[in-house]
Structures are given as structure tokens and as C-alpha cells.
Design a protein around this ligand. Structure first.
Ligand code: GFB
Length: 331
């Protein structure tokens, strides 16, 4: 199959802006664009372009004649960080989404892909969660601020789509992990946080490692480079105003994840559970029929993905960084 057959609608020399290129998802999208031969990919550091600054974002779009936007910038974090910083998560994600989507609408962007996360769906959604569950009930309280901001962002895309015919679409991925993740012990998502705890326990030859919560919640995990491929497929050929889920369709318990992590990190001790830490949603697995119909499916299974992520974390020095250093980086 030639490249042009894979991405028939997306010209290889188009001016593509990846908002949030330094993070887990943005860096994977930049890698995927490079792999597939897209030659005109634009990125800006936070120092060069503060996405919270509406005037700066407007100036940037006015000057750069951007044609395609992957909007994956935002404040992210795991269950504890989310729960304890809800104002920041709501304000920053809302503002970034509004600034970039409006500027893209004002300055003739051809197509924009907005991303949120599966936590936008109600706490008691029927599982696997279909796109139609959106706004059908109360949210999980530990991430209400983040989820509200992301719901507004995806609805803003949908409204521009319906009112002005803008090709603004949104994708809701499940929990992702991989290179350039945040490995802070308290701020991060479960995979990098747990990986750090297991790694440190192994280094210290500890007899046990403590995992947050009861171990019973179920989560679905997607290797971020698989998501990046899905993002390109969606940018190329998904044209609906309503959002599309991206996941594997399979979930595991946190206990099972911990056992896989123990093998990957080669930690010999015992696994304990700290039930004073929150469990969050008891189950969160996406219905992925829509994205499957577009011809995408994930390639990297959980064990292989964990091994790749661990190898990256070791090579990058992320697991060796002091807790103070990772805290500064996470802000
Ligand atoms: O990735 P995580 O923080 O996010 O996973 P959510 C939380 C689940 O993993 C809970 C357990 O059941 C935790 O009790 N867990 C076990 C751990 N050990 C750890 C650990 O070391 N760190 C963390 N973080 N959890 C987030 C939302 O929800 O998912 C965000 O807060 C976002 O808004 C993200 O949507 C994808 O899946 O609970």
C-alpha cells in the first residue's frame, strides 16, 4: 500500500500544527507524521506560544496559514492530581480549547482534530461506553473539572461544524501511555506512576510495593503510538460532528496491571494495596466499533507496550530523576 492510499485526503505538504507537541500524545503524533512523510509540521514551545494567551494564539494563526491542527495540548494528570487541582484543570483546558478552536475557525484552517479522554463520559455509563453516552448522567467526581473542560471543547468543535460547516472533529481516547509520559510519583497516570514505584522498589531491593486503591477497578490502556496512527486516520477521513472513541475495547483490573508491571520491571517482592487512595470509576472501557469501521486497530499489546515504555523511561533517565525535579517539570 502506498502512503497516498493510506491518507488519501491529507496532502503530504500541508501545513500541519501540532499543539502540545512536547507531551505524551503530541510527541507521538509528530513521530507518526514524520514516519508517514509529512514534511511541513509546525510546533511551538510554551515559551514561543502560550496557548492560554488568546491574542498570541490569534496572531500565530493569522501569520502562519495553518491548514491542519492536531489540538492535543492541555493540562493532564492522574486521578489524585486531577481530583486536587480541579480549578486549574477546568480553567486551563477550557481556555486552551477555546483559544485554539476559535483561532482555527477565524483563520481558515481546513481541518482540526480535538482530543479529550474517556473520562468525559458519565460515571455510570453502560460498558463498553458508546459515544452516545455523552451527557447522559453525572460525571466521575475525581475528574469533573477536566471532563467538563473537554466536553465543552468537543461541543465547540461540533457547534462550529454544524453552524459554519467547519471540518472540526474530536476523538476520545482511552487511558494512554508510552514515551514522554509524566513519571511523577503523585501527579501521573497509573502506568507511569506505578512503573516508577516498582522501579524504585526494585532498586531499593524492597520486600513490597504499594499500589493505590483496591486493585479492583478496570481500565483500558492504549499505547500512544497506536493512538497517533488513529489520529492520522481520523484527520484523513472522519468527517462527523460527533466524537469518536479510540481504544482497544479490552480492559484489565489494576491488580492485573500491577502483576504485568511486576514482570516487566522484574521486581521480586510482594504487591500491597493502599485502599485509602481513590479507585475512581470502577470500570472504563470504550466501545470502539466506530473507529474500527474506519479501518484502524491497535498493534501494541499491553505487555509489549509496558516493556517499550519501561525501556524508554530507563533510557531517558525519567525514572532516575529526583522527585523534586519531576515535580518542577510537571507544572
Ligand atoms: O491513570 P489514572 O490515574 O486515571 O488511574 P483514571 C487511576 C486508577 O489506577 C485508580 C489506580 O483506580 C487508582 O487507584 N492506581 C494504582 C494508580 N496505582 C496508581 C498510581 O501509582 N498512580 C495512579 N494515578 N493511579 C484519569 C482522569 O482517570 O484518566 C483523567 O483523572 C484522565 O481525567 C485520565 O481522563 C485518562 O483512569 O482514574
Amino acid at each position: 500500500m502506498t502512503r497516498t492510499q493510506v491518507f488519501a485526503q491529507l496532502p503530504f505538504d500541508s501545513r500541519i500544527f501540532v499543539a502540545g507537541h512536547a507531551g505524551l500524545v503530541g510527541s507521538a503524533i509528530v513521530r507518526a507524521l514524520g514516519r508517514h512523510g509529512f514534511s511541513n509540521v509546525m510546533v511551538r514551545t510554551r515559551a514561543e506560544l502560550d496557548l492560554l494567551d488568546q491574542a498570541a494564539v490569534q496572531r500565530f494563526f493569522a501569520q502562519e496559514e495553518i491548514e491542519y491542527v492536531f489540538l492535543v495540548a492541555g493540562k493532564v494528570g492522574g486521578i489524585l492530581y486531577n481530583a486536587s487541582h480541579q480549578a486549574d484543570f477546568l480553567y486551563e483546558n477550557l481556555t486552551i480549547s477555546a483559544n485554539v478552536i476559535k483561532a482555527a475557525a477565524d483563520h481558515g484552517v481546513e481541518k482540526l482534530l480535538y482530543t479529550g479522554s474517556s473520562c468525559i463520559y458519565p460515571k455510570l455509563s453502560p460498558q463498553p461506553i458508546r459515544e452516545e453516552s455523552l451527557l447522559s448522567g453525572p460525571l466521575e467526581p475525581t475528574n469533573e473539572g477536566y471532563a467538563l473542560a473537554k466536553i465543552v471543547g468537543l461541543k465547540l468543535c461540533e457547534k462550529y461544524h454544524r453552524q459554519y460547516g467547519k471540518r472540526f472533529v474530536s476523538a476520545m481516547p482511552t487511558n494512554m501511555y508510552g514515551p514522554n509520559d509524566n513519571f511523577h510519583p503523585d501527579h501521573s497516570h497509573v502506568i507511569p506512576g506505578m512503573m516508577r514505584r516498582f522501579h524504585e522498589a526494585k532498586e531499593q531491593k524492597a520486600g513490597s510495593v504499594t499500589v493505590w486503591g483496591s486493585g479492583m477497578p478496570r481500565r483500558e490502556f492504549l499505547y500512544v503510538d497506536d493512538f497517533a496512527e488513529a489520529a492520522l486516520v481520523i484527520m484523513d477521513r472522519y468527517e462527523e460532528p460527533t466524537t469518536i472513541n479510540v481504544g482497544t475495547g479490552d480492559d484489565v483490573t489494576i491488580r492485573h496491571l500491577a502483576e504485568q508491571m511486576q514482570d516487566v520491571v522484574a521486581f521480586q517482592g510482594e504487591i500491597l494495596f493502599d485502599t485509602s487512595k481513590p479507585d475512581g470509576m470502577i470500570r472504563k472501557v470504550l466501545d470502539v466499533s466506530r473507529i474500527r469501521e474506519l479501518g484502524w486497530q491497535p498493534c501494541v499489546g499491553l505487555v509489549e507496550g509496558l516493556a517499550r515504555a519501561y525501556s524508554w523511561a530507563l533510557r531517558s533517565g525519567k525514572l532516575a530523576e529526583s522527585r523534586v525535579a519531576t515535580e518542577t517539570q510537571a507544572r
